[in-house]
Design a protein around this ligand. Structure first.
Ligand code: URA
Length: 475
């Protein structure tokens, strides 16, 4: 029915003003707006001004296009109740409102489908000023009238007609008119249609096919008037085979994360047996123990790959964790000072740690160093062994108990062992000494001076031993 919205509004307003209750009106679904409703013979009350919430008007403006013949009566029944209880328009528990909202949603969806699924065919003469198109569409609700403006805006520079069983929209020379509906017209063949179908078939991705989602978005009832829909069943049937073919033809380049995954897989084997060049990446990706979850990063050893001297500390400290380099914090500075005093060129040594991640306890903003436990040392020994094999130094200096334990398997108190060289078959000799942090933490000046001197003596000895390999044999 053309003009139903305006007609209903007028009729409802008048009835409300006259105080005509819903049970006194018979709403029709007539072809002409003037036949929209009939009142029973009633004693009319006095006319009164009626106001209704704005949101009801918006709701009614959509619901009037629903195909359910009861829509007018439902709208009027609800607006009648609104007179005394305007808050009902937001009452989610109200059954009448719920029905109207559902109808509104149906109409909205139907409008959306109309915008998406109307398919025009060119009907005009080749030499005409404006091109001319026509479409046949079968909407579920009376959505031509409220949706016509969309087509006017979209196709303003051409003439077009949308025929439907109930109402037809005709746009000619920039003017829109609505006409009565009609039977499906015989529209001429349109060459552009094949192009469109080819395009549709080409954008279809068989690997992404979700039939349910597709038919919900493009309900089957619309298919018969959409040229591209004829190929959908075949495309669905062919999809699995096409998706398989696509997968087989896919490039065989490894995924960007393969390196990482391999490194992690190797990290769980009993010994690192990857290529030497892969060692840094493998250490960086290590997740062999929980320390990796809390530290900023794994701190790798640094120095020449065939350094004759290897220096091993305990684990990165706060500064090392942030900078990603070993011995750059206070302990590192002390080590550098003493190393310089004894002629140890740090840049010629390979400097690393027994444990690659910083272990700490958070205390406010501070991160307090925690000594790694045996299991953490064991997990990380994997990397240390790989570094030792790779660098193959003439001598290793183990600074502190953790390094000594990792390199010799013996975790006994360090003070008794410092200055000794431990020799084991197939392993470079290990000179045990104090850790610079031990010196920094010493409570009294005497202990500190003594410990610093002991480290100095041991590092000087290391320099000597590396320079004179023969001495190493008798160390
Ligand atoms: N202490 C260590 O044992 N290693 C470092 O890298 C820093 C401090």
């Amino acid at each position: 029915m053309i003009g139903a919205a305006e007609a209903w509004r007028k009729a409802a307003r008048g009835a409300l003003q006259d105080g005509i209750s819903p049970d006194q009106i018979m709403w029709g679904d007539a072809d002409a707006p003037e036949d929209l409703f009939d009142t029973f013979e009633v004693a009319r009350g006095r006319a009164e001004a009626v106001t209704v919430p704005r949101s009801f008007i918006a709701l009614a403006n959509r619901v009037v296009w629903h195909s359910d013949p009861s829509r007018f009566a439902r709208l009027y029944g609800f607006v009648w109740r609104l007179r005394d209880a305007p808050h009902l328009i937001t009452d989610r528990g109200d059954a009448d409102l719920a029905t109207l909202r559902a109808m509104e949603k149906n109409v909205r969806r139907c409008q959306h489908k109309m915008k998406a699924f109307v398919r025009f065919r060119e009907i005009g003469e080749a030499e005409a000023n404006r091109r001319s198109f026509a479409a046949w569409f079968e909407p579920t609700h009376f959505t031509v009238e409220p949706t016509a403006d969309f087509f006017v805006r979209r196709f303003a520079d051409m003439d077009w007609r949308i025929y439907t069983p109930s109402v037809s929209a005709v746009f000619e020379d920039g003017k829109l008119r609505l006409e009565a509906g009609c039977d499906k017209p015989d529209l001429p063949h349109d060459g552009g249609e094949e192009l469109w179908v080819t395009y549709f078939q080409n954008i279809f991705n068989p690997a992404r096919l979700k039939v349910q989602a597709m038919t919900s978005e493009m309900p089957k009832k619309y298919w018969k008037n959409m040229p591209e829909a004829a190929s959908i069943p075949q495309m669905i049937a062919d999809a699995p085979a096409r998706a398989r073919a696509m997968a087989e033809a896919a490039p065989t380049l490894p995924h960007i994360r393969v390196d990482r995954v391999l490194a992690q897989a190797q990290a769980h084997q009993s010994a690192w047996d990857g290529p030497a060049a892969g060692l840094p990446a493998a250490i960086r990706n290590c997740a062999r123990c929980e320390l990796a979850c809390h530290a900023t990063q794994a701190v790798l050893g640094e120095g020449p790959k065939t350094a004759p001297l290897m220096i091993v500390g305990e684990q990165p400290g706060d500064k090392e964790d942030l900078q990603g380099r070993p011995f750059v914090g206070p302990a590192g500075q002390l080590f550098d000072e003493i190393a310089e005093e004894v002629g140890l060129d740090r840049s010629q040594a390979y400097v690393t740690n027994a444990v690659k991640h910083f272990k700490f306890k958070a205390q406010g903003r501070r991160r307090i160093h925690q000594r790694p436990n045996r299991s953490e040392i064991d997990q990380c020994r994997w990397w240390l062994d790989a570094e030792v094999r790779r660098v193959a130094p003439r001598l290793i200096v183990a600074m502190g108990a953790t390094a000594a334990e990792a390199l010799t398997g013996n975790g006994d108190a360090i003070l008794k062992r410092r200055g000794t060289v431990q020799i084991a078959d197939g392993h470079p000799p290990v000179l045990i000494t104090l850790h610079p942090s031990y010196i920094l933490r010493a409570r009294d000046i005497d202990t500190r001076l003594q410990a610093a001197e002991q480290l100095r003596v041991d590092l000087r000895r290391a320099v000597d031993l590396v320079a004179a390999p023969r001495k190493l044999a008798s160390a």
